[in-house]
Design a protein around this ligand. Structure first.
Ligand code: UDP
Ligand code: MG
Length: 315
């Protein structure tokens, strides 16, 4: 079995050599062939030249370098496309995904699982982040059809047929966690202890996390739109009841009811609700806008992988 290890790298000069050395040592004990597909996601530091050097010293190293930063999702997509293995393992370059686990993943693949999913514990995370994550997953699983699990990320092994399935999902807005879950196939999850990033730093800002969270909800179905319809109906029925009550009061008592404050509150509340709903619709339209442009997910500026097959795929 040839196993491809796909590694998205963005400004990882501080860890790449250590990562590769560590990985190579781990793989010595495994009776399979390996190739490494490093995707340089438009790094501003020396990542690319280090990858080129690695490719010079280790013939199993492939690299694909983007013309600019396209994001981890695009980098993973490129990695999967350029991997030729019978199974593919996706790992972060920052050693947060312990290379020691590769052996275990391969064994589980041999046992017949198409997806071997590593689930991290939240050791070492701040309590607020853990709480937010827990709340988010509870909410998102109510909204989304595929099941998303807290702690499950992109660190996983995919069989060739699972990889091919993921490659068929060519949407521009990629939310891999959900795409992997959508693909299905026999899967197994195992837990590992999260390691703290040693070098460099996480590229996630709070607002990026927030956007990522919104993506998770919106890129999978139209339930938020459905919710808007129900909320509209609910508000409408409340308004009808209230109107009946007021009109009834005027007819019975015959007096005009002063309602300046009520009016203002109701109007602002409704305006707010409408704004939110227009926003939800806008999110979907925005996605449609990006999808219909059919732009490539990334542009390659240099690579040692033969791209002819890839280009044929694109046209
Ligand atoms: N990464 C990438 N492109 C980006 C951001 C990150 O390829 O725009 C890579 C990064 O080099 C690392 C992996 O994605 O290998 C995970 O990134 P990071 O450690 O910043 O995320 P975290 O572990 O905090 O989720
Ligand atoms: Mg990390």
């Amino acid at each position: 079995m040839l196993i491809s290890i796909v590694v998205p790298c963005f400004n990882e000069e501080a860890v790449i050599d250590r990562f590769h050395e560590h990985l190579v040592v781990e793989l010595l004990t495994i009776q399979h062939e390996f190739e490494f597909v490093y995707v340089d996601d438009g790094s501003k530091d020396d990542t690319l030249s280090m990858l080129k050097r690695l490719a010079g010293t280790d013939a199993r190293v492939r690299y694909v370098s983007f013309s600019r930063n396209f994001g981890k999702e695009a980098a993973m997509f490129a990695g999967l496309r350029n991997a030729s293995g019978d199974a593919v393992i996706i790992m972060d370059a920052d050693l947060q995904h312990p290379p020691e686990l590769v052996g275990r993943m391969v064994e589980l693949r041999e046992a017949g699982h198409d997806q071997v999913i590593a689930k991290r514990t939240r050791d070492g995370d701040r309590v607020t982040r853990t709480w937010m994550a827990r709340g988010y997953y509870r909410l998102v699983n109510r909204l989304v059809d595929v099941e998303l699990v807290d702690g499950v990320g992109d660190f996983r092994l995919l069989s060739r047929r699972a990889v091919n399935a993921v490659l068929q999902l060519t949407e521009y807005n990629r939310f891999s966690k959900g795409l992997f879950a959508w693909v299905g196939f026999p899967s197994v999850t195992f837990e590992y202890r999260n390691a703290v990033r040693e070098e460099g730093r996480s590229k996630w800002t709070f607002s990026q996390l927030l956007n990522y969270g919104a993506d998770g909800v919106i890129s999978f179905n139209n339930k938020p739109l459905r919710a808007a319809v129900y909320l509209g109906l609910l508000l409408l029925s409340v308004a009808v009841l209230y109107a009946a009550w007021i009109v009834g009061g005027v007819l019975v008592d015959g007096v005009d009811t002063p309602g300046y404050a009520t009016l203002l509150v109701v109007m602002t509340a409704l305006a707010g609700v409408q704004m939110v709903m227009v926003g939800v619709i806008g999110e979907y339209i925005g996605r449609i806008y990006y999808e219909v442009k059919r732009r490539p997910h990334y542009l390659v500026q240099s690579t040692n992988v033969d791209q002819t097959a890839d280009i044929k795929d694109l046209v």
